[in-house]
Design a protein around this ligand. Structure first.
Ligand code: TMP
Length: 393
């Protein structure tokens, strides 16, 4: 399969590896290079990081850390119940149970390789397998729970390296009229918004509908509906059915999306070359903003020590010289240091009055944050963002 490299973002650490010290020994770095697969149109990292280095019992991300996400999962659970009336549901990547907990009255099973998270949902009496999703695991779950009406997976399939096995295992676990719902960041939106921070160790792939269609065919799955979401700066919710299931009609959202992607040039290497050029320019302009503010001796902090921000900070070499500390609401990140750039992270307790600028690490929650930080904005505080282009908001 022909792979073409189009952007080298340099050396990067494990984004989930929030450090206990600002002088770590032997911090792991890998080369973050982006690849376009000519045949399938998949976009992926060149070097995959070993899964156990990323997904382990120290995994920091809590899906329920954001109010926006909590609401989104509750609404989706209600929608699925109403629309599909499932008697069984499996979630791949159930995190802290933010979604699967709404299905306690039916056969609900979670798969979550990070044991600290799997323990949380097990305590909620949701049977949770603290294992990576494989064909073998799908058979094990099948022998105990049978096949499923719904399989749901948000922000997880793009993390799994062997997509062939992943989709085959999903097909294997679905009832003949079962539905698989995938949610992952949209490649089209990442390219349009120049959010190169969608690329980091965990995101082995950033999917287009075009590529998903190409790679799921051989597993017996077919896309039948697509919904565009605002989550993670622009995601797609993609509904699959078995190819053999002819009772479900294919919605015109599928062709519409394929056409939109084609018109943007998702199938064209030149699109990625242009993206790469723009990313290099974006880095230059972001550094300029930080340098200018620093010259004015103003205080800059970071807001939301997200995984995405790790790509920006390490790529642009923005470290303690520029950002004094990060504020973050996730308790497990507080008191630690950002991977690679070693910026201290403090527990969020409002933005202190001496802060002039806050770099929006969690730019995808801009609306939620702007509402919450009205006082900061009203007293002249400003946010810095790099999406879609570096600027002070
Ligand atoms: P995510 O983008 O990977 O979901 O991570 C969001 C991170 O940002 C998480 O650590 C919580 C943090 N955060 C804040 O600190 N304050 C906020 O208002 C929001 C929305 C997120």
């Amino acid at each position: 399969m022909k792979k073409i490299s189009f952007l080298n973002l340099g050396k990067h650490p494990i984004t989930n590896n929030f450090l206990k010290t600002n002088k770590p020994k032997n911090e792991f770095f890998y080369n973050l290079k982006l690849i376009y697969h000519k045949e399938t149109k998949l976009v992926s990292l060149d070097n995959f990081v070993p899964p156990k280095k990323m997904f382990n019992d120290k995994y920091a991300h809590r899906a329920s850390a954001s109010i926006t996400m909590q609401k989104a999962y509750r609404n989706l659970a209600n929608k699925i119940k109403k629309k599909f009336k499932p008697k069984s549901i499996l979630e791949i990547g159930s995190n802290d149970g933010v979604f699967i907990k709404y299905f306690s009255n039916i056969n609900n099973v979670g798969v979550e390789p990070c044991k600290n998270l799997a323990d949380l949902t097990s305590k909620m009496k949701i049977e949770t397998y603290d294992k990576f999703w494989t064909f073998r695991l799908s058979n094990k779950i099948l022998s105990k729970h049978g096949k499923f009406d719904i399989i749901y997976s948000a922000n997880t399939i793009s993390h799994i390296h062997n997509l062939n096995e992943t989709f085959k295992a999903i097909e294997n676990s679905l009832n003949s009229n079962g539905i698989f719902i995938l949610e992952d960041p949209s490649l089209l939106k990442s390219l349009q918004k120049l959010s190169y921070d969608q690329f980091y160790d965990e995101h082995a792939y950033v999917f287009s509908i075009t590529a998903l269609k190409n790679i799921t065919k051989q597993s017996g799955l077919e896309v039948f509906n697509i919904e565009e979401l605002k989550t993670h700066g622009g995601s797609n919710r993609v509904y699959f059915k078995k190819i053999s299931n002819k009772t479900i009609k294919i919605s015109n959202t599928v062709n519409k999306h394929l056409l939109k992607e084609k018109n943007f040039g998702i199938n064209n290497l030149q699109t990625y070359r242009i993206f790469a050029k723009k990313v290099l320019r974006s880095r230059k302009n972001l550094i300029k903003i930080f340098q200018k503010i620093k010259k004015e001796k103003k205080n800059i902090i970071g807001y939301g020590a997200t995984y995405k921000s790790s790509t920006v900070l390490n790529f642009c070499k923005i470290d303690k010289k520029f950002i004094k500390y990060f504020l973050d609401t996730t308790p497990t990140k507080a008191g630690k240091f950002t991977p690679g750039t070693h910026i201290p992270i403090k527990r969020y307790n409002g933005i202190p009055s001496n802060v002039d600028y806050a770099f929006l690490g969690a730019w995808n929650f801009k609306d939620e944050i702007f509402k919450k930080e009205k006082k900061f904005i009203d007293r002249g505080g400003r946010f810095i963002t790099h999406v879609p282009s570096p600027k002070i908001l």
